[in-house]
Design a protein around this ligand. Sequence first.
Ligand code: FAD
Length: 330
Amino acid sequence: MTFPDMVADLAATLPELRGRLMANQSLADLTWFRVGGPAQILFMPEDEDDLAYFLAHLPGEIPLTVIGLGSNLIVRDGGVPGVVIRLGRGFNAVAAEPGARVRAGAAVPDVRVARAAQEAGISGLAFLRGIPGAIGGALRMNGGAYGRETKDALVEARGIDRRGRLRLLTLADMHYAYRHCGAPDDMIFTQALFQGVAGDPAAIAAEMDQITESREATQPVKSRTGGSTFKNPPGQKAWQLIDAAGCRGLQIGDAQVSILHCNFLINHGGARAVDIEGLGETVRTRVKESSGVDLEWEIKRIGIAPTPSPSAPSPSAPSPLVPCPPPIPS
Ligand SMILES: Cc1cc2nc3c(=O)[nH]c(=O)nc-3n(C[C@H](O)[C@H](O)[C@H](O)COP(=O)(O)OP(=O)(O)OC[C@H]3O[C@@H](n4cnc5c(N)ncnc54)[C@H](O)[C@@H]3O)c2cc1C
């Protein structure tokens, strides 16, 4: 699947652009699941000014999507029309500041922020150790773990809106709830300022080690996955509902509900996006039938299904369901 190449036409309208514009760039390589079609145009801005210039001049009718490290994403097999923005080097600075604060660019992996805080003796950011995304994704998802969320540590976020205007958002402006950010959808975050408290570097390092150990024991962190597939419904655990619905180990093609943690979906290597999304929808249906609960996707799904060709089997139909393996003895 390829899109019409718009790069030359777009570049001609942006003489001062410094970042890279790439046509039909694979997104599978940029996500944890390793599935999905290309971005019609992938744009990697050089820095915040470059991003603002690009957005100020991008025609309003061209669709725009931003991705981080792709650890919470299914990119559909037909790819993403329009422009996909991915922040890189120019958004990669992280530094401790006076008053137990840490300032980080949106492309900084969460783990680097946790480490910078630990080295500076700033407690309260160790939870970021276990989240495999970057700061832009943490801001948008209100990423959290081990009893803390982004909202508990954020002072303010900085970003550029669809019209290229720089915006500073306070914590209140982010309208956070569990895995939800109510900041305007068009905001591309570029930086965050976090508040911690003074702490002992050795104790923080021990806390981070414990997080790493606990993750490796309970989650398929070395697999092609998107983390928790569904949000926990109020007062309930998604994984328990999925388990009770008999979906642990359920498989469509090479996509499987993780046996280790059944709110995780896994790509064993050959799955397509349609298999993973279809498996998620099958889980939702079975959970609804068994418990009456409507699970809400936590993973973001972007892009379009591939266009079917008259001579080939439909590329948007999922592979057949594989029978469930026998339950594992507890
Ligand atoms: C093994 C594993 C474990 C995980 N464990 C956890 C966990 O414990 N807790 C948790 O909260 N999550 C967890 N996740 C999910 C994921 O890591 C988080 O949601 C993370 O915050 C996503 O960041 P990302 O950079 O990968 O964003 P992406 O997955 O690339 O994008 C996620 C969303 O953020 C938006 N976004 C990304 N960057 C920006 C930006 N600069 N400006 C505006 N919007 C942006 C995207 O448009 C998209 O809507 C896990 C994932 C995996 C694979």
